[in-house]
Design a protein around this ligand. Structure first.
Ligand code: BGC
Length: 395
């Protein structure tokens, strides 16, 4: 049937001047995105067995831009990386604005990974990721950062969220208490982390607090103090119901279950039984249970595909000869490890190699650090291509 021009005009006019009974008024108002009703996560269970880590659109855009400058066969491989679930980092107050666009169209069986990372005096033992908030700006952290994230997560109550809380912060208080900046940051870190846990204790959230990695809190002498520090944060937050445990190897390079372990023949290896992340999860998990904290873990395997790049265990900056690692999965073979996840978006830099930059850290100048490298968080095309080339499993 052909409609006459006059009929079309009449339809259009009807649509524009539509009375109150539009679909919008008939269908009950829903929270945007995700599922058709509010999500309630049970943090006493492993939610990763029923949810897939969401491949977020922010990382997808980064990867697509990267692929655009590559040869067509490499680009085809690169584009597959965009389909891997990866966390999004809210690393400044302004970058909270990156989160909402990425929340559009998250399927109901996906869980959105979000890193909370903006403590006052951030990255107290290094320079590369020094943040925007100075020591003492705890009220700004609470009201301009955590409260805003909480409002967003409440607005998207139909979407499931997994949170990694403040990478490196409490581990720094355990092992770097001799560093003046860490001494100055300590009370703000403790107050800020507890506030984050308490305020973000929302039904659609499951929380993991950062616990460094086996080469950090895994040393015999660090296990108990580390567990106490994390457990105190959990208790100071009022033992939140949505708290599940700890995140390990965030932005790290450690292998999951390599035997005997990449640094097992180092001269000091006898003092550390956590020679791979699986052992670390088990040892630190046990220490946490004794300290009275829920002790299930997620492990960042995103850049652990190829060992051998680091000169020393503690080297963390854009390590050469590394590759993308195990894909996100809840099949870990360990009852304490809920899932392998990708937390650090592979291709974003760990820190600048420009020795004149304010945030230049000497670790980014070591011979096992890729050069040149841009500022932390900036896209690093050559490093992305390295991770792709050495990926295991391959893309
Ligand atoms: C940087 C952040 C960035 C994150 C993820 C950190 O090292 O300091 O700015 O968002 O890595 O790439």
């Amino acid at each position: 049937m052909q409609l006459s021009f006059a009929t079309l005009i009449a339809f259009a006019a009807g649509a524009i001047g539509a009375p109150a009974t539009t679909i919008e008024n008939v269908v009950p108002r829903q929270a945007p995105g995700g599922c058709s009703s509010p999500v309630q996560l049970d943090a006493k269970t492993n939610v990763w067995t029923s949810y897939t880590l969401h491949p977020n659109s922010f990382y997808r855009a980064e990867v697509e831009a990267a692929a655009a400058s590559m040869s067509s066969s490499d680009a085809a491989k690169a584009l597959k990386v965009a389909d891997i679930g990866t966390f999004l980092w809210a690393d400044t107050i302004a970058n909270i604005d990156r989160v909402e666009p990425a929340l559009q169209g998250v399927p109901c069986n996906h869980i959105f990974g979000l890193v909370v990372y903006d403590l006052p005096g951030r990255d107290c033992a290094a320079k590369a990721s020094n943040g925007e908030l100075p020591v003492g700006a705890i009220n700004r952290y609470k009201t301009e950062y955590i409260d805003k994230l909480a409002a967003l997560i409440k607005k998207y109550s139909n979407t499931a969220f997994a949170l990694v809380i403040e990478p490196d912060s409490l581990p720094n208080l355990v092992t770097n208490s001799n560093v003046a900046a860490c001494q100055q940051s300590a009370s703000g870190y403790r107050e800020g982390v507890a506030y984050a846990l308490k305020t973000l204790n929302l039904p659609n959230v499951v929380q993991y607090i950062d616990a460094g990695h086996g080469g950090w809190l895994g040393w015999n002498d660090n296990l108990q103090p580390g567990a106490r520090e994390l457990a105190n944060a959990y208790k100071n937050a009022g033992s939140p119901s949505q708290f599940r445990g700890f995140a390990t190897n965030v932005a790290g390079w450690n292998q999951w279950d390599a035997e005997p372990g990449e640094f097992a023949s180092a001269p000091d290896a006898q003092w550390n039984k956590a020679q791979n992340e699986k052992k670390y999860v088990e040892l630190f998990g046990a220490a946490l249970a004794s300290a009275g904290m829920p002790n299930h873990a997620i492990v960042d395997t995103g850049r652990s595909g190829k060992p051998g790049g680091r000169l020393e265990w503690g080297d963390w900056c854009n390590v050469v000869n590394t590759g993308f690692g195990k894909r996100p999965s809840s099949s870990t073979g360990s009852t304490l490890a809920d899932a392998f996840v990708w937390v650090k978006p592979g291709g974003e830099s760990d820190g600048t190699s420009d020795t004149t930059a304010v945030r230049y850290d000497s670790f980014c100048g070591k011979s096992d650090a890729f050069k040149p490298s841009p500022e932390a968080g900036q896209w690093h095309q050559a490093f992305f291509e390295q991770l792709l080339k050495n990926a295991n499993p391959a893309f």
